[in-house]
Ligand binder design. Structure first.
Ligand code: ADP
Length: 523
């Protein structure tokens, strides 16, 4: 028994810390309440008892040896030890202070201890979590980029190194913009703002790698906030989807090509009909001509012969127009089509066309009107091709309207353009067909038994020619009611040098009318 004063006991018992003494290397002396709680026992059960009362054999031996050394050396020791109490492993940090009596002999060891079991447990969990997440972070098949509130990179995993080509040391403290191509800066800044305001956390971005190559990544972002809800970090996870996008693009292109090839096949099926009909008509007219020439005695048959000659001529023109259009559409495709522009009075040009076609239109019983409040307007244009455009549109207006329908050609100034609109009160065009009619080989009625002649390249050619003039064509139509084609041409002239370079050469308008109208002069 260690003689301890009452005061000491009072203090000792009331301590928040675990406190006890060793009388001998393997025997407790005094034990305070905390110690009793720690040992899941009572003070009485422990005081002046052998340590075997709470410790197993192994722990007993270890502690006895340890205490013996202190009794021998008199050296104060601080240790973290693990002991098993009631089948539970407990961690304890003990400060062992040898007490010397008046003869300077060590009479007991005073131990002050702290139960650190929970702390160690927490640390272990934290450490294991940290290790686990570090491994996950480093070895994830996705790129992890951690950045701070200022979007400076503060962490970066192996996959990020592989995708973006930068080593971790190279990107730390660099701004996230390092991964953004210049033309996407503003887009990404907007996205970051949306992310910070909690609106958007997934996006697909164009990124740039160390070697300058462009890659597409799908990003998922998570915002980490502190206790005051302030943003401290952003964890961004990226998946490289460049290959996937490329494959999708390829499939899209292949589908488009397939669709285009189907269209082309259909076009060739149509075109053979287009080529054969005028040829058949030419040959049957020739046969009949021969018949009349050999059999008729008089000139009574002159009218008939005239009709057959007209048919031959018109069908010859149809073939020629078709071949010309085919050649030009192919030339446009290979960039070998060029305009021969000069500065011309478009008002005069259109008036000439109107004068030439009005008889035809009257003959076809269309109610034709030309409205123009301009005296003149000089613009840079290729009259040959502009005439072709207008004649094509007029020919369509006739083709897709019936007797008595109106055809109105209106020429006016519209801001920096000349606007030429051609409206007919014919069959009109369904909404879903209004854009495709300008595509190559496209006709609204693609069937073999279609009611009207045509190859479906007229409007595509018209559009290309207008665009080469720096203009545009628009369609406004209500199916069953009217079609209004609007052609805008820039109200501009060109320098003489360009005129000479493009060497415009005039051609007879009349020939062209016969040519362009050959589809509707179906004889
Ligand atoms: P096509 O040689 O068949 O006339 P286009 O390219 O000139 O070829 O026209 C394409 C299609 O656009 C036509 O087949 C027709 O369906 C439609 N279209 C063109 N102009 C008109 C119009 N004025 N009214 C109704 N449909 C039209």
């Amino acid at each position: 028994m260690t003689p301890l004063s009452d005061d000491f006991y009072f203090l000792f018992n009331d301590l928040k810390q675990i406190a006890f003494t060793f009388n001998k290397a393997d025997e407790f002396g005094a034990v305070n309440k905390r110690m009793a709680e720690f040992c899941e026992s009572s003070v009485e059960e422990l005081e002046n008892k052998n340590i075997s009362i709470v410790l197993n054999k192994k722990d007993r031996k270890r502690i006895k040896n340890f205490n013996q050394k202190i009794f021998q050396t008199g050296e104060r020791k601080k240790r973290e030890i693990v002991v098993e109490i009631n089948n539970k492993m407990k961690n304890i940090e003990v400060d062992i202070i040898p007490h010397h009596n008046s003869d300077n002999e060590i009479d007991y060891l005073l131990c002050l201890a702290v139960d650190i079991t929970d702390k160690i447990k927490r640390e272990n969990i934290y450490f294991r979590n940290r290790e686990r997440y570090r491994t996950l972070f480093d070895q994830a098949p996705l790129a992890f980029v951690v950045s701070d509130r200022q979007t400076n990179i503060i962490d970066w995993n192996q996959r990020a190194e592989e995708i973006f080509g930068w080593k971790k040391e190279e990107v730390l403290d660099q701004n996230f913009n390092l991964l953004i191509p210049e033309d996407s800066y503003s887009e990404v800044t907007e996205m970051t703002e949306e992310l910070f305001s909690g609106l958007q956390n997934n996006n697909i971005n164009k990124n740039i790698s160390k070697d300058g190559s462009q890659i597409y990544c799908e990003w998922n972002n998570a915002i980490i906030r502190d206790q005051e809800d302030k943003i401290i970090e952003v964890i961004s996870i990226a998946r490289d989807i460049t290959e996937r996008l490329r494959a999708e693009e390829k499939i899209k292109k292949q589908n488009e090509e397939l669709e285009y090839s189907k269209l082309r096949t259909q076009f060739f099926a149509n075109i053979s009909h287009e080529l054969k009909t005028p040829l058949n008509l030419i040959f049957s007219s020739l046969q009949l001509l021969e018949f009349y020439l050999y059999n008729s005695q008089s000139y009574k048959e002159k009218d008939k012969i005239n009709n057959y000659l007209n048919s031959i001529k018109n069908n010859g023109f149809r073939l020629l127009r078709l071949v010309n259009n085919l050649i030009d559409i192919t030339r446009i495709e290979v960039d070998a089509f060029s305009l021969h522009r000069g500065n011309f009075d478009i008002v005069k040009l259109i008036r000439e066309i109107v004068n030439t076609v009005s008889d035809y239109l009257e003959e076809k019983e269309r109610d034709f009107k030309f409205i123009c409040d301009l005296d003149s307007a000089i613009i840079a244009c290729d009259p040959f091709n502009i005439e072709r455009v207008i004649l094509n549109l007029i020919s369509n207006a006739v083709k897709f309207s019936a007797r008595g329908d109106q055809i109105i050609l209106n020429l006016q100034a519209a801001g920096e353009d000349i606007l030429l609109s051609l409206k007919d009160t014919g069959i009109g065009i369904e909404k879903e067909n209004q854009q495709i009619i300008f595509d190559k080989f496209r006709q609204v009625d693609q069937s073999f038994k279609k009611k009207r002649e045509g190859s479906g390249i007229g409007l595509s050619l018209v559009k290309s020619i207008i665009e080469m003039h720096g203009g545009k064509i628009e369609i406004d139509s209500v199916y069953g009611s009217y079609s209004n084609f609007k052609v805008f041409l820039p109200l501009k002239t060109i320098d003489q040098e360009i005129v000479e370079k493009e060497s415009y050469s005039p051609d007879s308008l009349l020939n062209k009318v016969e040519l362009e109208f050959s589809d509707i002069n179906y004889i």
